[in-house]
Design a protein around this ligand. Structure first.
Ligand SMILES: *Cc1c(COP(=O)(O)O)cnc(C)c1O
Length: 371
């Protein structure tokens, strides 16, 4: 079944374009774009491609964004066979729009599909679908400072069948949400709750796949974090409850007093973040030592107390880089440095943002101009 979709990878993807006949008015759009927040405003169009076993990918369309008609027995509603991606289009200094490392998202989408026993979308089809929707909805770029287009490709099982097996039919879609800066005033330091009762991913599980199910199971831990006055959850490994893994939707980095950085290695239970990978590359290019190695919660506490650890931050596409100020558990809490954004954190964040927005050279070919 997965082989079949690969056979279609060679053909240049072509989309039928059906323009939205009732787009949001220019005046209403301007109002929405002045303060879009995160994930509540959407553009006029979407991409949709169907997959049918035996036929492969077909009926690629750019069409008006509208509700889907789903049979109540659609497999995804029962067994959660669903994966997604998240990337942004930025406006460059010359006014053109560009996505950041979309090829890496395309590859990760294929890896996620494989883990969830779904057909792998050809990379070309993924890239072209994004290019088409961003192009048709380019006037939706937010006017607010620090704004971008958040692009959400996703795929789900659409076969009407209650038996437990990989679906024979899928829908792949791309929707776009104009977003402001994730945090209203730059990047305040977040507080983390060390989840006691819950883990995010077990060895052999789906921790390395970007699937909705991982998020569904994280919500109860997020409620626990809020109850303890924390912004986010930091998860420990499921086997020993000792090693720091990541946040619900962001990877984590530690900065030491000798200037080195460390992040947990990709053992299969951690999501391979593209921001994580980019920051490692940028830090190494600056001459900093970056280790991918396990880091225990006890060591974190000890190093924060001794001053050996000076900064910690979380990273991901949505908020880019977020300083970690405070870590809380029933055993007490500890702070990073003075509890605010650290110098190294803010410097490498700026490096990344400057490349994404086209104000610094792009030696790694990460920026993909659209039209
Ligand atoms: C998406 C995601 C990340 C960050 O990945 P980026 O490619 O940097 O956006 C980190 N952890 C989890 C669990 C995620 O789902």
């Amino acid at each position: 079944m997965t082989k079949l979709s690969d056979a279609h990878a060679k053909t240049k993807p072509s989309f039928v374009v059906e323009r939205n006949a009732e787009p949001v008015s220019i005046a209403d759009r301007a109002k929405l774009l002045a303060d879009p927040g995160f994930g509540r405003v959407f553009t006029d169009h979407m991409a949709i491609v169907r997959y049918t076993e035996g036929k492969g990918w077909h009926d690629a369309k750019i069409t008006a964004r509208k509700p889907l008609l789903l049979d109540p027995a659609s497999a995804v509603l029962h067994y959660a066979q669903e994966i997604f991606e998240g990337l942004k289009a930025y406006r460059l200094a010359d006014g053109s729009l560009a996505t950041f490392r979309p090829d890496a998202n395309a590859r990760r989408f294929r890896d996620s599909a494989q883990r969830l026993a779904m057909p792998q979308l050809p990379e070309e089809l993924f890239l072209e679908s994004i290019r088409q929707v961003v192009t048709i909805d380019r006037d939706w770029f937010p006017t607010v400072e620090g704004g971008s287009l958040y692009i959400r490709p996703f795929m789900f099982a659409s076969e009407v069948f209650l038996g437990v097996k990989p679906s024979a039919e899928y829908l792949y879609l791309v929707i776009i949400s104009p977003v402001g800066g994730y945090f209203k005033s730059g990047a305040p330091a977040v507080s983390l709750w060390i989840s006691q009762d819950y883990t995010r991913a077990a060895p052999g599980g789906t921790g390395a796949a970007k699937c909705g199910g991982n998020y569904a199971t994280s919500l109860v831990a997020q409620i626990e974090a809020s109850k303890h006055g924390c912004d986010q959850v930091v998860y420990l490994d499921a086997a020993e409850r000792r090693w720091v893994e990541e946040l619900g939707g962001m990877n984590v980095f530690f900065v030491f007093d000798d200037g080195s950085l460390q992040t947990p290695g990709l053992t299969g239970t951690i999501l391979p973040g593209i921001t994580r990978d980019s920051l490692m590359t940028l830090a190494r290019a600056e001459g900093l030592t970056v280790r991918e190695a396990p880091y225990s919660i006890d060591q974190w506490r000890e190093d924060a107390a001794s001053g050996k650890l000076t900064e910690a931050f979380a990273c991901g596409t949505a908020a880019v880089v977020t300083p970690i100020g405070r870590v809380v558990s029933p055993a007490g809490e500890f702070k990073m440095g003075a509890g605010g954004p650290g110098q190294t954190t803010m410097r490498i964040k700026q490096k990344l943002v400057d490349i994404q927005r086209g104000t610094a050279p792009d030696p790694h070919g990460w920026v993909h101009r659209i039209g």
